[in-house]
Design a protein around this ligand. Structure first.
Ligand code: ZN
Length: 273
């Protein structure tokens, strides 16, 4: 869950090693400065409402080295924009692995997966938009199955299965992998089905921990570490996967940012999803 902001963000700049890094700064309800570096190189920060701009600027400058390192990391990881063509031979992610697409003409539209290929049968095999729609529907169906199963498994491992009111549903989000409400409703992004199972579990466990601790404070992270000692490794891996673009064109737009993320995966000063 992300911190809530009051008011509009303001743009400020911090100097570091000869470069000027623009930071979009907003004010929040929390009592600490939270900095996020997003895969598209944007830097955002949420600062306590009662701190002066000078003090925030000073603290941002103190973190400039960390910010620059995160930006470099993303420069390495951010893949070149993928122009999806939805033709045979193209690879698509499923549960953290790339599988080749096989598209062939058939009267009855169908998508199947045999462990090697994702096969799309369609009466319009040359129509990329049409193939994409079929594939998207298939991913969505797989997500419904896989994410529900992982949710049941994770919550029973955490002995939360009898927790009243904890429900899970899917919602396509452009900036988050998951979220939860105070009433225990957990939303998972169906795009998660493209991530490895260990990352899926990380998002689920993260959200389930929020049922006990709402904020990203030290209690939250110690709880998370108790259930998933290697959560940081899992998060790092998830951060390399792009969230769905806002527009659903055939040509996939450049990776922007997102989180268990309106962040698509950001590197936060205190790792949030
Ligand atoms: Zn969270």
């Amino acid at each position: 869950m992300s911190s809530r902001n009051n008011g509009k963000p303001v743009l400020c700049e911090i100097a570091y090693g000869g470069q000027r890094i623009p930071v979009s700064l907003s004010r929040g309800l929390g009592d600490r400065l939270s900095i996020s570096v997003h895969p598209d190189q944007r830097v955002t920060a949420v600062a306590p409402a009662n701190r002066s701009l000078e003090e925030i600027a000073r603290r941002l400058r103190a973190r400039a080295g960390w910010i620059a390192r995160q930006m470099q990391t993303f420069e390495k990881f951010v893949p070149a924009p993928v122009r999806r063509r939805y033709v045979s031979g193209e690879t698509h992610l499923y549960l953290g692995r790339q599988y080749r697409l096989r598209v062939r003409r058939a009267d009855k539209p169908r998508v199947s997966f045999d462990g090697r290929y994702i096969r799309v049968e369609t009466h319009r095999p040359r129509d990329a938009r049409h193939v994409r729609q079929q594939l998207t529907a298939w991913y969505r169906e797989r997500a419904g199955d896989v994410l529900q199963r992982r949710f049941v498994l994770c919550s029973s491992k955490m002995r939360l299965s009898e927790l009243p009111g904890a429900t899970v549903s899917l919602r396509l989000m452009t900036r988050r992998w998951g979220s939860c409400t105070r009433s225990g409703r957990i939303l998972l992004n169906p795009e998660l089905v493209k991530a490895p199972v260990q990352c899926i579990d990380y998002v689920i466990v993260h959200e389930l921990c929020h049922l006990q601790v709402l904020r990203h404070d030290k209690h939250f992270y110690s709880l998370l570490a108790r259930y998933l000692p290697d959560w940081e490794r899992r998060k790092e891996r998830l951060d390399r996967i792009a969230l769905p673009p806002k527009q659903t064109g055939v040509n996939r737009p450049r990776l922007q940012q997102g989180g268990t993320g309106a962040r698509r995966n950001s590197n936060k000063e205190h790792a949030q999803i």
